[in-house]
Design a protein around this ligand. Sequence first.
Ligand code: PEP
Ligand code: MN
Length: 355
Amino acid sequence: MIIQLKASAGKTGFEKVVSNLAEDGVPRHRLDIFSGDTYTLVGIKGDATKLDLDKYQALEHVLTVHRISDPFKELSRQFHPDDSVVELKNGHRIGQDLTIIAGPCAIESREQLFKTAEQVARAGANILRGGAFKPRTIHRSFQGLGEDGLKLLAEARQEVGLPVISEIMDARDIPLFIDYDIDIWQVGARNCLNYTFLDALSQVPHPKPVLLKRGDHVSLNELLGAALRLYEGNPRVVLCERGDKTADRVHRNVLNLNNVSYLKHHYHLPVIVDPSHGTGVRELVVDMGLAGLAAGADGIMVEVHYQPDKALCDGAQSLNEEFNSLVPLANGVFQVRGAQGAAQAACLALGATAA
Ligand code: PEP
Ligand code: MN
């Protein structure tokens, strides 16, 4: 971190900054001082990630404060060059093996969940999704089956032999998620910046992997800040890109593939794309899921329903038979991506020759 003092700071301003740093645990010998004709620069050597930038920015004699190192250093490839791999109980490695998460938006009934679960398992999904607690815009619409939904999900896991993921919306439900042994705990877009909730999740003893969805219009810095909160208590964090809101009424959201590529270049956590919520439109889901993989994502999460027309939630973006074609295509993109880098993957998967 570098603190630039105002020209008027003088010795008093300088000493004030130095004493604040000392109070925050940065002794004088960690400072590099540059005194120019007009400005004084105070450089802090070593780890400055715990210093509150805003506090220093607010000091009377300070002109600017710059962070040199990444505030999310622990998540950064500078610190940890290799991909993080999140291994599930059954040996599936998110961040290494292609991850396909599929299942209904909401668990509606035993028949709906089991039929859909069998369908996605047959078609090659490796993780079964199903929402039991649904964050609906209109509170009078179907809110999910709650605990009964988790129970059905745990039974479906036995039936089809896939690990399961479900959204936890409230810290008060932590005991339920522990009781039903939910394999991956999903933090939805709406809770992405709910810090007390994230802190509660990060303090769960023997935690399960957490899939953190980026809220629409949540910046990458905010997402990484949220991820780091979780990561401090539980390093098995997976990021999920699910799009930003758009003024265009044709789509529900726009999947932000810049984010996928950026996160994969600079950070080591696995990234999953959710083209179902990222588009809101069934016919775009397969294309955008593959595009997400080509941009570097480690997997895709999609909503599948055995009868989308009858879905109680998100039927318009739910796949049915279309899911069968997604898995082999995704495998194709994923395999060439490993060897060739994300950018060439789509071309190679389509049989185009690299120039
Ligand atoms: C979901 O995946 O079930 C969901 C509600 O998504 P999001 O939090 O991205 O809106
Ligand atoms: Mn949904």
